[in-house]
Ligand binder design. Sequence first.
Ligand code: THU
Length: 163
Amino acid sequence: MAKSKELSFQYKEFERIEDLPLELKDLAKKAKEALTTSYSPYSEFAVGAAVLLDNSEIVLGSNQENGAYPSGLCAERVALFYAGSQFPGVAVKAMAVAASFKGTPIAEPVSPCGACRQVMIETQNLGGRPYTIVMVGEKRIIVLEDAKFLLPFTFSSVKEATK
Ligand code: THU
């Protein structure tokens, strides 16, 4: 017999960065600042990410493209991998992402790509508790309280799946 199941989650929407709680407001602003370091001559789509760690450090990342296109890396993974290499074992508290196209901030909240979602969730699993994600757009800002909301049925490594 098949069982019908349902997945649902809640998120918050804010109109302006100024409306966010202080810690997240600062992080969203930092994600916007990180746009200035984006190397995106091919897509002209700049992405900035800011990661707040449990030790209060804030790590910034931006997308880095390459002439051999697939060799580039998204802002989210640049930031999370840098955080992991500089502060191994320190959990993530929150992460903000912002983007602009041809220098103009995008209207809708940036939505991380599938590969980044996978990495965001594994990072969360390593930290042992959910972290906040702020997706910044000019029209609205979305705040999620758990990276898992971004990717149902996330891939689990053999180690985890066979536990
Ligand atoms: N990009 C990110 O940095 N993050 C995402 O979540 C999606 C896409 C980058 C990759 C590429 O440099 C540019 O945006 C256009 O796809």
